[in-house]
Write a protein that binds this ligand. Structure first.
Ligand SMILES: Nc1ncnc2c1ncn2[C@@H]1O[C@H](COP(=O)(O)OP(=O)(O)OP(=O)(O)O)[C@@H](O)[C@H]1O
Ligand SMILES: N[C@@H](CCO)C(=O)O
Length: 293
């Protein structure tokens, strides 16, 4: 039996739409086994418990590429990554499925080759790259190949995920984006994402404050997240250096410059006063990416 652990990921990080992502220490655990026949998916939510399951569909891509025909497949899912909350649950399924299938079929593909397949399935590389390799990654895709760089985030920064009980699917969150953007907005983001990478690596708090801002997706998506503006402004008042939509939402990510117990306490009581149920999770950067346990 093969056991795989895949980290959650937060993508975009403000201005880095579809490019920047960070792996976090919240995990999806998967077990894989070749069985005599059929498809057995254990501990899976009913709506995902069939042939269309994203983990299984990802496995089939690897089997097809290396021409391996398993008799049957058993998958067990134990995931702490909430679904459709902007913490990379789909990337974790894809990366986990690809790595599991590669192990079952004799380990013929490299991690880099698996990343290229993962990106094709997900449609953008910003979650699957850190899920595969860990750390903070900047990635782009050219001719179906992912080119990326892997970086360390300064230990100075702390990540607080504010996770609501409602989902926002990536499909929905992409459907509200405009078809074109204007030059000014593109320039706004290009400058900021360049500075943001530097700020996160070097622990530059002032630069983080200025650079973690976005004009390409936040304004269009925030209406899908109840109380977004209120939570963001209160969180900034309480000492967050940056507050952004994690991936395509619905989670809101707050970054602080120190271990801020006060912020955690104050944010918890603020979130309790809202009409939806929100939880707050303090997360660290994961530097391992997917691992075979
Ligand atoms: N534990 C799971 N079991 C089965 N399928 C899952 C699981 N987690 C995620 N999925 C699949 O991933 C889809 C959710 O992907 P979606 O892109 O909407 O959200 P996300 O990946 O959590 O968010 P984001 O991409 O913004 O970080 C589900 O509809 C399902 O197909
Ligand atoms: N970059 C992606 C991340 C979510 O999958 C988006 O914002 O749509």
């Amino acid at each position: 039996m093969i056991k795989v652990r895949v980290p959650a990921t937060t993508a975009n990080i403000g201005p880095g739409f579809d490019c920047l992502g960070i792996a976090l220490n919240l995990y999806c655990y998967l077990e894989f086994e070749e069985i005599e026949e059929g498809l057995l998916i254990e501990e899976c939510e009913d709506e995902y418990c069939d042939e269309n399951n994203l983990i299984y569909q990802s496995m089939k891509k690897v089997f097809g590429m290396v021409n391996y025909k398993p008799k049957g497949i058993r998958i067990r899912i134990k995931s702490d990554i909430p679904i459709s909350r902007g913490l990379g649950s789909s990337a974790a399924c894809i990366v986990g499925g690809l790595v599991g299938a590669n192990e079952i079929s004799g380990g013929r593909l490299t991690k880099k080759e698996l990343l290229d397949i993962a990106n094709t399935i997900e449609g953008h590389p910003d979650n699957v790259t850190p899920a595969m390799f860990g750390g903070m990654t900047a990635s782009v895709c050219e001719n179906s190949k992912v080119y990326f760089t892997n970086m360390k985030v300064s230990d100075k920064f702390h990540f607080y995920a504010l996770i609501p009980d409602f989902e926002v699917s990536t499909e929905k969150a992409r459907s509200v984006l405009p078809k074109t953007i204007n030059y000014k907005d593109a320039v706004y983001n290009i400058g900021r994402v360049s500075l943001l990478i530097n700020a996160l690596m070097n622990g530059d708090e002032n630069l983080l404050k200025i650079s973690c801002k976005d004009k390409l997706h936040e304004d269009y998506r925030k209406n899908l997240i109840n109380d977004y503006d209120y939570i963001k402004s209160r969180s900034e008042e309480l000492g967050s250096l940056a507050v952004f939509i994690s991936g395509s939402g619905s989670t809101i990510m707050a970054v602080t410059g120190r271990d801020n117990n006060e912020l955690e306490k104050d944010m918890s009581s603020l979130l309790k006063s809202l009409k939806d149920n929100w939880s707050i999770k303090k997360l660290k950067v994961d530097y391992e990416g997917v691992v075979i346990l």
